[in-house]
Unconditional design. Structure first.
Lengths: 266, 266, 266, 266
């Protein structure tokens, strides 16, 4: 029995799994999580939901049951880890962030099933969960790629934050200019810095919905300057990312050249 | 006779052609394929099609005849290759992916000519065919460039897939937020996560058609955050690409420095 | 007393502060500046302003008083620096750009408080001030990041200017083409090169509001070419930025490898 | 006299000018060319043109006279160069591309002045001329930057062309898909591959005017895929550019480290 418990533990802990990619148990759980997300997305659509309501009820009930059982098995299997041994260990595990995520997501699903309150609020939690399992994968190209991306972003967090801070300053300055230029002509869209920020945001990110745009000559001239600035706003983080990835790729290559087990240190 | 067959084989197989760029036969075939694509594009336009219908009929008939003859010649010339010798070899070749592409594209053209059923479904197949011939070019700057691009993309497939996976997760999260914020006010555009995904897609790729956009303050605030995220969504694959190209260029340069025939290994 | 003055000087001069990050005094000033910017943004919104007018009056009055006192303390503390010693030194300091920024921003706030004239014109000045304090931070990751970004941009100023110059040339050429193609059909939007520049700007930066767009076949064809060019317009500065950051990161790494105090030379 | 001629030749030939930046004569000519472009842009605007028609008439007359004199002086000064000595040399020079550009641009201006036919068709020619003078500058940071950009683009012309070719293939494929999905519902916008290309172009470049967009579920799904692809369409040339600039910067640095005159070989 203990052997089964240890085996399930090895299957459930991605850091502990020595085979390539994900363990069968985690693959199954991940597939179910993705399936439940897809179901939640489909169910939120009234046309689909009203045509097959019982199907969604049954599917969500099944998901809720499976996730509840999975949680029970997980807390039992975690007892293999000395930190989570015995009842006090189980309680300690149940209070970890991952466990709380599990509990809330499963509860949201049960509330959906039992009381008909839409459970799509749990969608993001389940996605976070699915991504966490993915990111901890060992011995797989995907796991290496995740660590590479994370490393590149983490190494340059400060520069990326700074470029977003700068973008925010430009956003406020742009909104102020357009408020001054167009505030009187289009009070609905540019009647305050706050309102003009909606336009500034759409312009600086080059989304450009076109629901609001300047109509005066001064406003158009300033908008042209802001739009030109948008190129810099996009070029800066992209350039930082490019340099960071270039860096991270080269370090990875050097690590591989030095020795095999260095890769696990990433 | 066998000498002509061998010469045609050398002309048709881009890997076997030793001259610079494409062989005359392949250049002609490529030109015809591109011409047939242009014709299909023009023919799909009713204004153009109705003004010169006979012209298109004749052109497509000619193309169909040429591509049929070309296919016959190709299967005959392929017999030079030991793998495709004799009738059994011809049958083996005819079942290869390239050959099936040829057959389907040519059949689509014949159906168009004989029964008037628009053959533009064959457009993509013919384009794929044209690109395949291009990508196999030896001894040409274009061929080297294609292998360089392919290498850069292939080396970082996992990282690029991951950044698209992340973009998809952000898409669902963004759609869920906007569905919660705007679902009641604009049920047509944001009445379900599925519907909100159309908006989220347009925003995260910075396309921003402007057919749907949030109108509430909370919706606009969340949309602003999503639009800001779009910069990261674009910056990530661009940065990966930049680093991958930088890498591939340097490897290419090293290969050239080491020896000439290393280039063919790309 | 002199000891207090020296301590305040050390706290106020970011170049002189030896602790990590910002000094407590500068952190407080920065927080207040950011708060006053947020207040100015909120106050510009009529709906918010009219609901709590006295609150904004009191807040702005407090900010004006604090910034006035801060300025007095600063000019007094600057006397520790030999350059700004005595009355003549205080006058010399008060005529520096930073000091004039402070005076104008504080005056704008007082005019707002006393005469009810909106003081949001001072918003940009205060932001500039806040960013200046930030950028001079020593011994902090943020300060290093700022110097890195500044270095990357400064090293490639000429190339970036050139790419913006090129973008401007393309803008005029694009506007001329569309003016010739659409000027007669849509005189309001494309009736002159100047008018067509609004469209060209929105297209080349990929903002694409959609308030104006070509309707003739020639206009759409030319617009397609212009839109294709927009990719190059964005790719050029982004590529320059990426290379510049890559360069600056590597120099930074080399500096760190050589010696610790090299970092202060950035 | 000959001394004056040689001095003017040295002033007019940017490759021959040994001072920093541009020679006084070329600076003046460039300023006039830019001024004439600005005038042409302003004159095309009916509101401005009708308010001060005589001013534009006089300005254009002055420009036409100056450019005519400048051309005469240039052809005379070019006689210093052995290639362009004597009458036969002057005729040879007058048939060079640069000279023909000059003649056409000046003629366009004279036609505008004398017959009132708008001369803005000469705008592009004059801009090309101005950029040519700029690009030949020696001993200046701008000249170095121009050669750097040109080198980076030229080194990767094939890869950049290829990424644009790929973008064009995606454009046709995207247009074909949307034509099949939306052709019947929105015949005006998607009734042929040709018509759908306008939408595909706006989407793939992320301009997104919003004048046409899919309305069916299948159309929106396909449009979402196309929009996702647009990220790759932008990421590819940007990545190539970034790698090319990174390369060109490093070569430039190496050149500077090796010797001073290597820079002129760029």
């Amino acid at each position: 029995m203990n052997s089964l418990r240890a085996r399930i533990y090895h299957q459930m802990n991605p850091m502990d799994w020595e085979g390539p990619g994900m363990s069968p148990v985690n693959s199954t759980v991940l597939t179910l999580v993705i399936a439940s997300v897809v179901i939640a997305v489909l169910q939120s659509e009234p046309v689909i939901d009203s045509s097959v309501p019982t199907l969604f009820f049954l599917l969500n009930g099944t998901f809720a049951a499976i996730f509840t059982i999975e949680y029970g098995v997980r807390i039992w299997a975690m007892g293999v880890d000395p930190r989570y041994r015995g009842l006090s260990g189980a309680i300690r595990y149940s209070r970890s962030v991952v466990s709380l995520l599990d509990i809330v997501a499963t509860l949201a699903l049960w509330i959906d099933v039992l009381f008909g309150v839409p459970g799509m609020y749990g969608v993001m939690l389940r996605l976070a969960r699915a991504l966490r399992i993915l990111s901890l994968m060992q011995n797989s190209r995907m796991g290496t790629a995740i660590r590479l991306l994370r490393r590149a972003v983490r190494d340059r967090t400060m520069e990326l934050s700074l470029s977003f801070l700068l973008a925010f300053v430009v956003l406020i300055v742009a909104a102020t200019f357009l408020f001054l230029a167009e505030g009187d002509v289009q009070p609905e869209a540019f009647g305050s810095i706050l309102r003009a920020m909606w336009w500034a945001m759409a312009t600086l990110t080059t989304v450009g919905y076109g629901d609001v745009y300047p109509v005066t000559i001064l406003g158009k001239f300033l908008a042209g300057l802001v739009a030109m600035t948008s190129i810099a706003i996009i070029a800066m983080p992209t350039g930082i990312m490019a340099a960071a990835f270039s860096d991270a790729f080269q370090e990875l290559k050097r690590d591989h050249a030095v020795g095999g087990n260095a890769a696990t240190e990433i």
